[in-house]
Every structure is written in structure tokens, then in C-alpha cells.
Design a protein around this ligand. Structure first.
Ligand SMILES: Nc1nc2c(c(=O)[nH]1)N[C@@H](CN(C=O)c1ccc(C(=O)N[C@@H](CCC(=O)O)C(=O)O)cc1)CN2
Length: 289
């Protein structure tokens, strides 16, 4: 068996096409959705991701607001940028690019984001709303995975889903999203304390790996026909010393799995598309208030 590839890039393009129409309707009604980003420091990966977010905005007609701060920015300078975007009516949603440079109190900064402008869906108020089933912007990576599975008609209702990794952007909120009535999956969340990881992954119809551990999921750990989604991104170098990105899923998993969302080209582009979706939904909500 060779897995059907879950093409996140093509699916994200389709979602962006749909968003363009919603952005136009908002703009025609006098509401221009605007994504703000706060980027602190010189991390090349973070610079590339933020640039990608603004390119995505331009593609669908969302306005861009950038606040780039130097690596020497103080806690109060970053908090001032947050306060500025909270107050800026042109900014309908924004993110603080993570990770922040060492020495900054990340949690304190994130908690100052206005929950009604939280485009990442990771503010404690919005995670609480998710728990309580109150409409809120959803965390982009888990929501991107739901949308990818749905668009490939992979059954979620009643599925056994095993996720590996308990990070705040992916693993931890995955359980909250996939156990909602609308998804109805049975979720097992594995982490470094899990005693028998293969037993949990082999039992799963859907396996999501977000551990940041290259090649962690091997073919012997996967039930034949299962859907496997790779969320891990690690930087490595090949034999010739060239830098490359590697995922958490070993290449031969594709010989056993029924479906595979690879890295690159699977979940990453869907995460970006969900960020745009959140910005549009926040603008739609704001305009109906
Ligand atoms: N505030 C946030 N910070 C970070 C998040 C986040 O969701 N919110 N996630 C990551 C970085 N990230 C977005 O910010 C992100 C990472 C990777 C991709 C992506 O599309 N990856 C490609 C492969 C990488 C590449 O080609 O460079 C893929 O999977 O195809 C999108 C977004 C940490 N920080």
C-alpha cells in the first residue's frame, strides 16, 4: 500500500479562494480585515513564517500590520506593542510570533492580547471558551488538521485518534477540538511519560505526531490504512552539510498508512490558512456586534 497524500498546500489554496469572497463581502460593507504580527528578534525561521503570513494576507485581500522589534526589546516595549494593536481598529486580529527571545515573559505577554483579537486562538480565555463550547477563534494547527481530514472525507466521528506531543499550539488543544460533539473522536494524548507508545499508535485510525522528534513514528507503529499527520519540524543537515527540515514521521510509514499529511506540504500550510480564517471570522463577528 502507498498512502494517499493529504495535500495541505492545495487544500490551503482552496480555502484561501473561499476566504477571498468573504473578505470582499466584508470590505464592500466597509470592514477591512487586518492581521497584525508582533515579531521580536532575529530568528530566521520566525522572520520567514511572519513574511509568509503577510504574503497570505495579500493573496486574499486582508490588510497587514507589522510590528518588528529588535532582539534587545524589553518586556515593556513588547507589552506596549500588544497594547497598541489591542487599541488599533484597523487590526481585527493579531499574533505574537513564537518563540520570543529568552528573558521575555511569554505568558505575561500572551495574556495581554485582547481575546477578541486573538488570531492564534491560544489565549486562556479562548481555550476556556473552547472547553465550554462557546464560539471562539480555534487554535490553527488542530483546526487545520480537522479541515484537512474533512476535505479528504476521512471519518472522524467515532475514530480512535492518537496524538503524540502535549505542546500548547498543537497536541494539547487537539484533544479539546477532536472530542467536541461535532468531531466526536476518541482521543489518546501521548507524551514522554507514555509507557507503551506503539500500543497506542497501533490502535489508532488517525495518528498525529507533534513531538519535534525526527522519525519518531516508524512503520511498525502504524495500523495498516490509518491516516497519519506529521506536525513535527526539526532542522537537520544532510550528508553534504546542506540544511534541511525533517518531520516526526519516518519515510517508510507511507508504505503502511492509508493517508499521509507529510512535512513539508501537509499540516503547515493548513495552519497558515486557519490563521487567515480566524482573522476573517473575528472581523465578521466584530462587524455584527
Ligand atoms: N504565534 C505563533 N507562533 C508560532 C506558531 C503559531 O501557530 N503561532 N507556529 C510555529 C510557526 N508557524 C507559524 O507561525 C509555522 C510553521 C511552519 C509552517 C509551514 O508551513 N511549514 C512548512 C515547512 C516549513 C518551510 O517550508 O519552511 C510545511 O509544513 O509545509 C507554517 C507556520 C511556531 N511559532
Amino acid at each position: 500500500m502507498t498512502a494517499t497524500i493529504l495535500d495541505g498546500k492545495a487544500t490551503a489554496t482552496a480555502i484561501k479562494d473561499e476566504l477571498r469572497a468573504r473578505v470582499k463581502a466584508l470590505t464592500d460593507a466597509g470592514v477591512v480585515p487586518g492581521l497584525g504580527t508582533i515579531l521580536v528578534g532575529d530568528d530566521p525561521g520566525s522572520h520567514a513564517y511572519v513574511a509568509g503570513k503577510h504574503r497570505d494576507c495579500a493573496e486574499v485581500g486582508i490588510a497587514s500590520i507589522r510590528r518588528d522589534l529588535s532582539a534587545a526589546a524589553t518586556q515593556s516595549e513588547v507589552e506596549a506593542a500588544v497594547a497598541e494593536l489591542n487599541a488599533d481598529p484597523a487590526c481585527t486580529g493579531y499574533i505574537v510570533q513564537l518563540p520570543l527571545p529568552k528573558g521575555l515573559d511569554e505568558q505575561r505577554i500572551l495574556q495581554q492580547i485582547d481575546p477578541d483579537k486573538d488570531a492564534d486562538g491560544l489565549h486562556p480565555t479562548n481555550l476556556g471558551r473552547l472547553v465550554l463550547n462557546i464560539p471562539a477563534p480555534l487554535p490553527c494547527t488542530p483546526n487545520g488538521i480537522v479541515q484537512l481530514l474533512r476535505r479528504y472525507y476521512i471519518p472522524i466521528n467515532g475514530a480512535e485518534l492518537t496524538a503524540i506531543g502535549r505542546g500548547t499550539t498543537a497536541g494539547r488543544p487537539l484533544g479539546l477540538i477532536f472530542t467536541r460533539k461535532s468531531e466526536n473522536a476518541t482521543v489518546t494524548l501521548c507524551h514522554t511519560g507514555t509507557r507503551d507508545l506503539p500500543a497506542h499508535t497501533r490502535n489508532a485510525d488517525i495518528v498525529i505526531v507533534a513531538a519535534g522528534s525526527p522519525g519518531l513514528l516508524t512503520r511498525d507503529m502504524v495500523k495498516p490504512g490509518a491516516a497519519v499527520l506529521d506536525v513535527g519540524i526539526s532542522r537537520a543537515v544532510d550528508e553534504s552539510g546542506k540544511p534541511r527540515l525533517v518531520g516526526d514521521v519516518a519515510p517508510d510509514v507511507a508504505e503502511v498508512a492509508g493517508y499521509l499529511a507529510p512535512m513539508p506540504g501537509g499540516v503547515g500550510p493548513m495552519t497558515r490558512a486557519m490563521l487567515l480564517t480566524n482573522v476573517v471570522e473575528l472581523a465578521e463577528r466584530g462587524s455584527s456586534r
